[in-house]
Design a protein around this ligand. Structure first.
Ligand code: GLC
Length: 829
């Protein structure tokens, strides 16, 4: 390579040729020189059949529609026809209808409840206002929509103190102001910087003075977002092809934006509870013996676990839907054996099917024409783990179904979860790698050969959707072959809508403090993109963590919505007990904490299925008016009530924590903190700084070896009274089947009612169709005086005051009781 380079440098002939070539490319590629085309003035606005308002500009046409209250869709094209390619992200819901159209001599107004679009007739720009007439999104006269060859895009105003969140799986800071990002699903090991990564989410949330809006650019081509980077007063989004098709979503709170976005593209389904337990993985536990040893390790070290993962070595020569019968002679027996200890088995599935005549999956794929092809009809081939592989053309529903049906093979062995990897799609050392990373728009390559209409679809349009379709196939396999169990699918790649079928882990990070730190803003922004069930490899995938790094990472990782340790091949052992006794104790303590918190966490997940609220939440989601949290990326909320401040630098025994306005409690010491304040808190190696927000009622389960070992018949309620009344509603069902969808669930409300001389805790009876067995409740009420009077009628079994936390601990017998009132009063006060 080196000599070649030298030769190029020295040869004027080669330079001359290169210049000629460049000139020729420019001549045949008009995109390079073309000025962007702007829509121009508005000529006419017409409502069409109640479906949309058509805006006819001098050089473009737009269709504006609304959905529900506060969602406006703008589609715009400079072509004679609108695209017929449907959205695979947007789900049916409230009908898409025409907004109410009014106009005067200067503008056209399109009403959608909380949001309205105002079109300037002269400049053709479209501004969005809220229901009180305040600007939400503005297009300055020279900005707005543009078209340049195949490229489509739009430029809008960025206000000086506007912040941007979302964009799916991105490294870098929490607030994306000043960043530019590319959406093109790519296999890319990363540390603190790399873009694009595995998932592509052309969605963001803007926040201006505490008021939020959302913008979803529903375009599957490679797209780019420049968020006030090139020009501090503009943001810009564009795609290499397709249509300018975007939704503006009203807030005004971040929660309302996400809730609406969830109605548009769907929310996560309720996972089985075991999915929220602790999971263990490595590339790979290679044979039965290693898997049994792993199980024994958890039992011996008394560390809870719910799932063990089989990475690629379980397969016969990396052929999907096979087991290597030397390494795993009796998978069904092994999986059943693990299950007796409460451990579920999850297997990896890669989309690449080994090119191997005689291998059934390959033969069927070829015989039925299920594999993707190039435009010339030859198969799209890439090298992945098994060598040369073909790729199912998942865009076609019949291919999804075929793939889904193959999962019967795993289900028959007792497998309960599927881990979809390499689905960007990715391949190594071949043209496919180039396809995955670099294929530009245009007919350079093709991924789908669909018979009928349209016959072929360019790779550039389908690339970002590949995993969405693969996961849909897997989902179909679950719902068809395990219809009464909740699917458990983990995916690496995705596009908006991926959360309807799968949770996401953030791929190949490294065992470095930097990778650990980057996981927090990354997961927080995924939460702000409507991806609630997410996690990063605990301890890091590439390289080996030091004991200290692993200890700190497991402390953080038990507060990832998806908590799994994973490491690469050739790396040393990375089990919770691999780093000596001290770290084992730390891992046990924190994994136990995750298990004890499951009743609280399960309620957060259930809430998210309805509201799309993140489980792991950026503080800005809860405190959008607080400028101090707009880029706070090293602490976060776990639901509304807990705040986690992990230590993410080596050699530290304390850290600074920001407490927004309000009352806070140190969960360990029970001490009160009055926000807003920035405090240095103690954090020796075995302590994760954890705080409760005033008003918190946190239900805890008993300690368990796995999530479904015991019913929640003895709950502990940690109550942190504030000045205002507060409540928490526990959600309960059978924890793994679909019965909840048929109404078999219950809710139980707990209230904390502070009064002038004490506090009252109300324990309401569970309501609903799922039979809740509650026998005992241990109340821990913090911030109380030792001399207080505690009353709970005949339910009271025992009460004691805990000096070191300032909590009253009250044991209650709640068996067969309807509801219960506990008072803690200081009459003298
Ligand atoms: C990819 C995945 C990683 C997995 C490996 C082997 O790198 O991201 O998690 O262990 O492939 O299957």
């Amino acid at each position: 390579m080196k000599t070649e380079k030298t030769r190029v440098k020295r040869s004027p002939v080669v330079w001359g040729l290169a210049i000629l070539l460049l000139a020729a490319t420019a001549a045949v590629n008009p995109d390079r020189v073309e000025e962007p085309k702007r829509p121009g003035a508005l000529v006419q606005a017409v409502e069409r059949d109640g479906l949309y308002v058509e805006l006819i500009f001098e050089r473009a046409t737009a269709r504006v529609s609304r959905r529900g209250d506060g969602m406006i869709r703008v589609r715009m094209t400079d072509r004679p026809e609108f695209s017929s390619f449907p959205s695979f992200s947007v789900i049916p819901g409230e009908p898409e209808i025409a907004p109410l159209l009014t106009e005067d001599s200067e503008k056209v107004i399109l009403e959608a409840g909380l949001l309205r679009a105002v079109v300037d007739k002269q400049t053709g720009t479209i501004n969005f206002l809220d229901d009180r007439g305040r600007p939400v999104l503005v297009e300055p006269p020279e900005a707005g929509a543009f078209f340049r060859g195949e490229e489509v895009g739009c430029v809008k105003e960025a206000l000086p103190r506007e912040h941007y969140y979302g964009f799916g799986e991105k490294t870098g800071p929490l607030d994306k102001r000043g960043e530019s990002m590319v959406m093109w699903t790519s296999d890319m090991p990363y540390n603190r910087k790399a873009d694009p990564l595995y998932q592509a989410h052309p969605f963001f949330m803007g926040l201006r003075q505490g008021r939020a809006y959302g913008l979803f650019f529903d375009n599957t081509f490679k797209s780019e977002f420049d968020m006030a980077k090139t020009r501090p007063d503009r943001f810009r989004f564009s795609a290499a092809g397709g249509e300018l098709d975007y939704w503006v979503i009203a807030g005004p709170s971040p929660a309302e934006v996400l809730e609406r976005y969830g109605r548009l593209v769907g929310t996560m389904p309720l996972p089985p509870l075991w999915g929220l337990g602790y999971h263990q993985c490595r590339w790979s536990y290679e044979n039965e013996r290693q898997v049994r040893n792993l199980r024994d390790g958890f039992l011996k070290h008394e560390i809870p676990v719910d799932a063990i993962y089989l990475d690629i070595h379980y397969m016969d020569g990396y052929r999907v839907f096979t087991f290597d019968n030397k390494r795993f002679p009796d998978p069904a027996g092994l999986i059943a054996e693990l299950k007796r200890d409460g451990i579920r088995t999850v297997v990896i599935v890669d989309p690449g099917v080994k090119v191997d005549p005689g291998y059934q999956v390959y033969d069927e794929g070829v015989a039925n024409n299920y594999f993707a092809r190039h435009k010339d009809g030859s198969f799209f081939m890439a090298r992945v783990w098994p060598g040369d592989a073909y790729f199912p053309d998942f865009y076609r529903p019949e291919v999804q179904s075929w793939w889904g049906d193959w999962h019967q093979f795993y289900f028959d062995q007792g497998v309960e979860g599927i881990w979809n990897d390499m689905n960007e799609p990715a391949g190594a050392g071949s043209s496919f790698k180039i396809a995955s990373y670099y294929i530009p728009t245009g007919p350079a390559d093709w991924l789908s050969m669909r018979h009928g209409d349209p016959p072929v679809i360019p790779h550039a349009r389908l690339h970002n959707l590949y995993a969405l379709f693969m996961n849909q196939g897997t989902w179909e396999g679950f719902t068809k072959h395990r219809p009464d169990q909740r699917p458990f699918i983990i995916t690496r790649s995705g596009f908006p809508g991926v959360q309807r079928t799968s949770l996401t882990w953030t791929g190949d990070n490294f065992a470095t403090w930097g990778s650990m730190r980057v996981s927090v803003p990354m997961l927080l922004n995924m939460g702000l993109t409507g991806l609630a069930f997410v996690g990063s490899d605990i301890g890091g995938f590439g390289l080996a963590p030091t004991p200290e790094l692993y200890a700190r990472w497991i402390e953080l990782g038990v507060f990832y919505p998806f908590a799994r340790t994973h490491t690469a091949n050739l790396m040393p052992p990375q089990e919770p007990w691999s780093f000596g006794k001290k770290v084992t104790d730390i891992a046990r303590k924190h994994i136990n904490l995750r298990y004890r918190l499951l009743p609280y966490t399960y309620a957060l997940f259930e809430e998210s299925t309805r509201t799309n609220a993140p489980v792991m939440r950026a503080l800005v989601f809860e405190f959008p008016d607080d400028e101090a949290v707009t880029n706070l990326d090293d602490q976060f909320m776990w639901g509304k009530w807990l705040m986690v401040a992990p230590v993410m630098r080596g050699g530290r025994t304390s850290r600074e924590v920001y407490f927004p306005a309000g009352t806070w409690f140190d969960v360990y010491a029970g001490t009160k903190i009055a926000g807003p304040v920035r405090l240095k808190v103690r954090a020796p190696l075995d302590r994760l700084p954890l705080f409760a927000r005033g008003g918190a009622i946190i239900p805890l389960a008993p300690e368990m070896r796995y999530s479904t070992e015991k019913p929640w018949d003895h709950l502990t309620l940690m109550v942190f009274p504030d000045k205002e009344p507060s409540s928490f509603t526990l959600y309960e069902d059978d924890k793994e089947t679909m019965a909840y969808a048929r109404g078999e669930f219950s809710r139980q409300k707990f209230e904390c009612l502070p009064g002038p001389d004490g506090v009252k805790v109300m324990i309401h009876a569970p309501e609903g169709n799922y039979p809740v067995e509650r026998k005992r409740i241990t109340l821990r009420v913090y911030g109380q005086d030792s001399g207080a009077k505690v009353e709970a009628g005949p339910a009271l079994l025992e009460k004691s005051y805990e000096l070191w936390t300032g909590a009253w601990v009250v044991e209650l017998n709640v068996e067969g009781r309807e509801s219960l009132e506990v008072t803690i009063s200081n009459p003298g006060k």
